[in-house]
Design a protein around this ligand. Structure first.
Ligand code: AMP
Ligand code: GLY
Length: 422
């Protein structure tokens, strides 16, 4: 098969790396890709939002399957455009991607079908949102309705902070059109876990669980980021819990979306809070988590490519995957200053030394090759990933990999996995 992966981050490097291990993959392409991905795939400089450009490229390269990484491409209708040309694609249509791209749609859907999620109200008027916040009190959560690259959510400790978040979204338009509407919701308390299910529009197959670390600094301090590290599996997600999530959360959502005429295909990523009352949905995403998938894929024993094909074509009901009985961890190295303000262009050395450690794989998230120098080119730059019989072993190996990398302008959290490690 000729496979095209869309995206340029650590997630897409892990996807390409995993697909490259498939005997069914004859040629792999990636747009726009990155220097790490270029070792396994032919990269072309086409933007993830250039729908026409990607479709033309897929036709020209006679692609059999397109795997779409970023939510922005899905929300822009890339899968619809590919399917209109008869190209098989892994990922939801634009309408189905609204499960992530409109928090209001997602909340209304959950409320309508009784899927547990935080109590909420939607607002298009900042004064009304502020009045509701004063009435409810803090802590309280304010979310921009649309896609805001992980920055649209404020978990406010005070009423003033929550109202400032409403003002930032609605009056200052910090997120552009994505903040014209906000959702204000109750603050859930518990342990957070990411749950992934492959979906073919009708059937869902549990894929894997992982735990992310969203805050920038050790001890879960500092600003929210796209994710600073992850491990898989997440011990809170027992087989029983996974079955419960599948039958009470994932399948009802799938059934409802199919009934609405927007069947969900691809991967449904449920961000869950395991509360006293059981799992509740914090958010749904319509794509693989980054960096969760970097931790998950090394554990997959089965060939990944057929799973992607079957999810895209239908037939998951009779499909199964096998996993290695190991733990995996990925630690993100980011440019100092991320997620607020940082500079590109610092030199990174030692990536191949880290990669040479048995059990360690370095995924590139934001790098650029200039001559023979590897430069940082983004906030999250590398994902140092390791597997081991226990999470402790995976942890120790991943941090050995970090130690092998010489990059003074970078930083990482030193406590990835703390909840699951003694
Ligand atoms: P999101 O962008 O929806 O993933 O939200 C970012 C982060 O904010 C989540 O991973 C949670 O840690 C936190 N969060 C979002 N909604 C809630 C909520 N209702 N209660 C508590 N924490 C939340
Ligand atoms: N790591 C969280 C996300 O991909 O949204």
């Amino acid at each position: 098969m000729r496979v095209l992966v869309v995206g340029s981050g650590g997630r897409e490097h892990a996807l390409v790396w995993s697909i490259a291990a498939s005997p069914l993959a004859t040629e792999i392409f990636c747009v726009p890709g990155n220097p790490g991905i270029a070792e396994d795939a032919e990269c072309a400089p086409i933007d993830v939002l250039d729908i026409e450009g990607i479709v033309d490229y897929a036709l020209k390269q006679r692609i059999d399957l397109v795997v779409v990484g970023p939510e922005a491409s899905l929300a822009a209708g890339l899968v619809d455009a590919l399917e209109a040309e008869g190209i098989l694609a892994f990922g939801p249509s634009k309408a189905a991607a609204e499960i992530e791209s409109s928090k209001g749609y997602m909340k209304d859907l959950c409320a309508r079908i009784g899927v547990p999620t935080a109590a909420y109200q939607r607002f298009t008027d900042a004064d009304k949102a502020a009045a509701y916040i004063r009435e409810q009190g803090a802590p309280i959560v304010v979310k921009a309705d649309g896609l805001a690259a992980g920055k649209g959510v404020v978990v406010a400790e005070s009423v003033d902070e929550a109202i400032a978040a409403v003002d930032a979204a609605m009056r200052d338009e910090s997120f552009g059109a994505a903040g014209a509407e906000v959702v204000v919701e109750a603050c859930l308390v518990g342990e957070e876990v990411s749950f992934f299910a492959l979906c073919d529009g009708e059937h869902a197959m549990p894929f894997a669980s992982a735990q992310d670390h969203k805050r920038a600094f050790d001890g879960d301090k500092g600003p929210n980021t796209g994710g600073m590290g992850a491990y898989s599996p997440a011990p809170v997600m027992t087989d029983e819990m996974a079955e419960h999530v599948l039958t009470t959360i994932v399948q009802p959502v799938l059934d409802a979306m199919r009934a609405e005429g927007r069947p969900f295909k691809g991967v449904l990523f449920a961000g869950l809070m395991i509360t006293e009352n059981g799992p509740e949905v914090i958010e749904f995403n319509c794509r693989f988590g980054d960096p969760e998938i970097q931790a998950i894929l090394p554990r997959l024993r089965s060939d990944f490519l057929p799973a992607l094909v079957v999810a895209a074509e239908g037939g998951l009901k009779h499909f199964d995957l096998r996993w290695r009985d190991v733990s995996s961890m990925t630690v993100v190295m980011a440019t100092k200053g991320y997620p607020v303000k940082y500079e590109n262009g610092s030199e990174i050395r030692g990536i191949s030394d880290a990669d040479a450690i048995p059990g360690v794989t370095v995924f590139h998230a934001g790098t650029k090759l200039e001559g023979d120098k590897m430069l940082a080119h983004g906030g999250r730059v590398l994902c140092v990933t390791a597997m081991g019989d226990t999470l402790q072993i995976a942890h120790d190996l991943a941090y050995q990999g970090i130690d092998a990398i010489d990059w003074p302008e970078g930083f990482c959290r030193t406590d990835i996995g703390w909840r699951a490690l003694d």
